[in-house]
Write a protein that binds this ligand. Structure first.
Ligand code: HPA
Length: 244
C-alpha cells in the first residue's frame, strides 16, 4: 500500500476516498495525527499530514519516527513525501515541481534513528537516499498526466523553523544544494532504516533567501499563493502514480 505524507499546503488529499481514520500509537510516541485510510481511483492508500491536520507542528518538532513507524505498521510499503522548498538553483523558481535525487542534512537535535541501544551497532547504506523505483514511477506518472517536473535535485534539509540567511543559502549552493526545505530529514533516513521505499515531490514555493525575487527578503504571503496553485498539480501526479 502506498503512503503519502503531505507537507505544508497538503493537509488532505481531495482525490482520496476516505474509508476510515485511525489513531495509531507507536513505541516512539504519537504520530502527527490519525492516519487516513482510503482509496485513490480504487487503489488503497494511506495519508498522513506531517504537520498535523491543523498545521500545528513545526518541522523540528515533527515526530518523524512515530510517523514512519505507524505507516509501516499499518501496511505501507512505500512512501511518497510531499514537501515545499525554496529554490536555490536559478531555474528552480516558484511553481516548479522537483523530484530530488540527493540530500545534504543540516538538521540537528532531531530523533534521527531507530537504532538506539542496539548491539551490534547497525548502519544502513544511504548512498542513494531516495528509492530509485519510486522516483522513476513518480517521473512516469508526471509525464503520463502532462505535468512538467524536474528530474533530480540536491535537497538541503535545514533545521528551521526560521528561513535561512542569504549567506547560508550561498553556503548551501557551494555544498551543491539546489533546493532547501526543513522536513526531508530525518524522514528519508528513517524510512531506509525500516526498509520503506521513499521518494519525494518537492514544490518550489519561493526563491531561497537572497535569490531572485527574494533578493531582499522572502515574501511569506506569496508562498501560500504558489502552494494553492501547485497542490492540485501534485494531487494529479499522485493520482496518476497510484493508478499506474
Ligand atoms: N527554506 C527552507 N525551507 C523552506 C523554504 C526555504 O526557503 N521554502 C519552503 N520551505
Amino acid at each position: 500500500m502506498l503512503a503519502i505524507i503531505g507537507g505544508t499546503g497538503l493537509t488532505q488529499l481531495a482525490n482520496l476516498e476516505v474509508s476510515r481514520r485511525q489513531v495509531v500509537g507507536t513505541p516512539y510516541g504519537e504520530p502527527s495525527g490519525p492516519l487516513t485510510f482510503g482509496a485513490i481511483r480504487g487503489v488503497p492508500a494511506v495519508f498522513l499530514a506531517r504537520h498535523g491536520y491543523g498545521h500545528t507542528i513545526p518541522p523540528h518538532q515533527v515526530n518523524y519516527r512515530a510517523n514512519l513507524w505507524a505507516l509501516k505498521e499499518q501496511g505501507a510499503s512505500g512512501i511518497v513525501s510531499v514537501v515545499s522548498v525554496g529554490g536555490i538553483r536559478a531555474d528552480l523558481g516558484p511553481g516548479k515541481i522537483v523530484v530530488p535525487h540527493q540530500i545534504v542534512d543540516y538538521t540537528w537535535g532531531r530523533m534521527s534513528t531507530f537504532f538506539e541501544n542496539e548491539a551490534p551497532v547497525k548502519h544502513v547504506d544511504f548512498t542513494e537516499p531516495y528509492t530509485a523505483g519510486l522516483r522513476n514511477r513518480l517521473l512516469s506518472a508526471a509525464k503520463a498526466c502532462g505535468e512538467p517536473v524536474v528530474d533530480g535535485a540536491v535537497y538541503a534539509a535545514t533545521q528551521g523553523p526560521r528561513l535561512e540567511t542569504a549567506a547560508e543559502i550561498d553556503r548551501l549552493e557551494r555544498d551543491g544544494a539546489d533546493i532547501v526545505g526543513m522536513t526531508g530529514m530525518p524522514e528519508a533516513a528513517l524510512a531506509r532504516e525500516i526498509e520503506l521505499g521513499y521518494a519525494a515531490i518537492a514544490v518550489v514555493v519561493n526563491h531561497a533567501a537572497g535569490r531572485g525575487a527574494s533578493a531582499r527578503g522572502v515574501a511569506l504571503q506569496e508562498i501560500e499563493e504558489v502552494l494553492k496553485h501547485s497542490v492540485s498539480r501534485v494531487r494529479k501526479i499522485i493520482e496518476a502514480f497510484v493508478a499506474a
